[in-house]
Structure formats: C-alpha cells, structure tokens
Design a protein around this ligand. Structure first.
Ligand code: INS
Ligand code: FE2
Ligand code: FE2
Length: 312
C-alpha cells in the first residue's frame, strides 16, 4: 500500500512542477477525475435533519448551536483576531507529533456542529477515509483531511481552554463588512466592528483582489492549524494549506461571497476546497472508524509530510 501511494504522489508532484503549457490546464492543477464512483452524499444527518440546518431550532442541540453563533458573532472582532494570531503564532504551548494531536481530539466535542456529536478523532478519520476511497492517488488530500480540524485542541486546558466561539464554527473575514451569507447573521449587530467605519465597508481595511492570505479570518481551529502546519515546515501542497485555512469559510465556498478579495491562486485552490468540503460535511456519521487499524497508513503520510515533532 505505502509503495503504491509513494508512486502516485511522486507523479502528482512532477505534474505540479510542469509549466502550464506542459500540463495544458491553464496554469493550475485541476482536481483529477475519480477512479471510483462519486461519493454518495446522504440526505439526512444522524438526527434525521438535513445537513447544516440552522433554521429549525426545535432541538436542544440546535438551540445550543444558535447560542454558539450569537457569542461568536459578538466577540470576533478585528482586534481580537490580531491578538490571537500574535499569541498563538508563537507556537509555545506544546511539542508533539501530528498523531499525538489526533489522539487528543478524542476528548473534544464541537458544540457548533448540528450534524455530529461524536469525538472529533472520529470525524477526522471518517473524512479522510471517505476522500481516500474516491481519490486514492492524492495522498496529500487524505492527510489534509486527517489534520484539517486538529486546531480544535485550542479548546483543551493545555492550550488555554479557549471558549467554543473562539475555536469552532463557520468563519468569516474581519476588518470588512459581515456578509449576510454567514449563518445567524443578525447577531453581528452587536459586534463593535459593525459600527466602526473603517471596518464596515465592502473592502474595509483590504483592497479588491488582495488575496486571502492578506485577509484576517475570524479566529479558530482553521487559522491556528494553518499556522502550525506552515511554521513547522510541512511539505503539503499549497492547496492542502488552503483547505485547512478556509474549510469553515462557508460564506465563500458555499455562498460565493467575498470573492472580490481573492486572487488567481485562491481561485485555483478553491477548486480543491470544493472537492474537500463534500467529504468533510457528508461523511459525518455514527459509524465509527477503527482508529488502531487506520493508524499505520496515516502515520506513513505524517512521516512523509511533517517533522516527527511539531511546535504547537
Ligand atoms: O460546526 C462546524 C465545525 O466547527 C467544523 O469544524 C467547521 O469546519 C464548520 O465550518 C462548522 O460549521
Ligand atoms: Fe473544521
Ligand atoms: Fe471537519
């Protein structure tokens, strides 16, 4: 298995190095066609509701989700994000391997998610295994799926025990107007930035086409894991880092808003994020993956793309 996977990845890296003329794809790696059948997205989640149903607030869980977004929208300001990036960008909380971090997620449940109340390690493996089935050659995508939510360790006491609103949930840019595409948008009314002229216009502190790298996103597990992966020198392709940083940015990848801030590279990477999102969302289920059985495969990918120990 490992030998085969190595072989595929070598191929795809060679592809990336070719010029756009050689590849004939207009300058970017297009998601390759899958070798197996299209992922079969279920219609309903474990509670019998449609996925990402934020309107039907009857169940206790959904009321908790709405309260979560009220807190998130009030507290995520430009200054808050800047402070958190500065503090957590120091990566001085802990040293551990990627797999050790996966195991820590055994103790983490995400209160913003109406579709899953399982320990997060199950979500990581469910996502990774589902995408691996349909994209067997893209081992970087399997690993991206495995690690995309590791930033949720910010909830744990060793990482400062941040409140849920500072770790999980959909994300959005700060420093410019809050687009109505964000779920429970009404709660932004109480966010101080909403009444601050430099932050409440379409472009705010940014300029058209500046590129998402230059945009501050609401603080949480996405941006934190992006910083961890990048600053520890991962060799994952750019699209993998893009998926990690923006996978909760539903206003962009689902609703198509904020596209005026993107540059050409973002538009290329967004294609992979669209592929990834389907697996992230629809693989959520009560059927557990056997962690120990999966371990050897994912350890081999971790060794390929990350140092043995990372700073967190
Ligand atoms: O509630 C979920 C959860 O926090 C996910 O990890 C995040 O990526 C989603 O965007 C969000 O809706
Ligand atoms: Fe996430
Ligand atoms: Fe996820």
């Amino acid at each position: 298995m490992t030998v085969l996977v190595e072989h595929y990845v070598t191929d795809s890296r060679i592809e990336e190095k070719k010029t756009k003329e050689e590849r004939g794809d207009g300058g970017f790696m297009v998601p390759k066609s899958k070798e197996t059948d299209e992922f079969d997205a279920p219609d309903i989640n474990f509670l019998g509701h449609s996925f990402r149903d934020y309107e039907n607030g009857e169940s206790e869980r959904q009321q908790g989700v709405e309260e979560f977004y009220r807190m998130q929208h009030i507290h995520q300001t430009y200054d808050f994000v800047k402070d958190m990036r500065k503090e957590y960008g120091k990566l001085n909380k802990m040293e551990m391997s990627i797999w050790e971090c996966c195991e820590l997620l055994n103790n983490v449940v995400d209160e913003s998610d109406p579709d899953l109340d399982e320990p997060q390690i199950q979500h990581l493996l469910q996502t990774a295994e589902a995408i691996r089935k349909d994209y067997p050659n893209e081992d970087w995508l399997h690993l991206t799926a495995l690690i995309h939510d590791l930033g949720k360790v910010l909830l744990l006491p060793e990482f400062g025990g941040l409140p849920q609103w500072a770790v999980v949930g959909d994300t959005f840019p700060v420093g410019c107007t809050f687009d109505p595409a964000s779920i429970h948008h009404k709660y932004f009314k109480e966010n101080p930035d909403n009444n601050t002229p430099k932050y409440n216009t379409k472009n705010g502190v940014y300029s058209e086409g500046c590129g998402l790298d230059n945009v501050l996103m609401s603080w949480g597990h996405d941006d934190y894991m992006y910083l961890v992966a990048k600053q520890n020198g991962t060799t994952l392709p750019h699209a993998g880092l893009f998926i990690i940083r923006y996978h909760s940015f539903y206003p962009l990848h689902k609703a198509g808003t904020y596209t005026h801030l993107m540059n050409d590279e973002d538009r290329e990477d967004l294609k992979w994020l669209h592929v990834f999102n389907k697996y992230d969302l629809y693989s959520k289920s009560k059927v557990h993956v056997d962690v120990e059985q999966m371990k050897p495969y994912y350890i081999s990918l971790i060794n390929k793309y990350f140092p043995a120990k990372l700073k967190w």
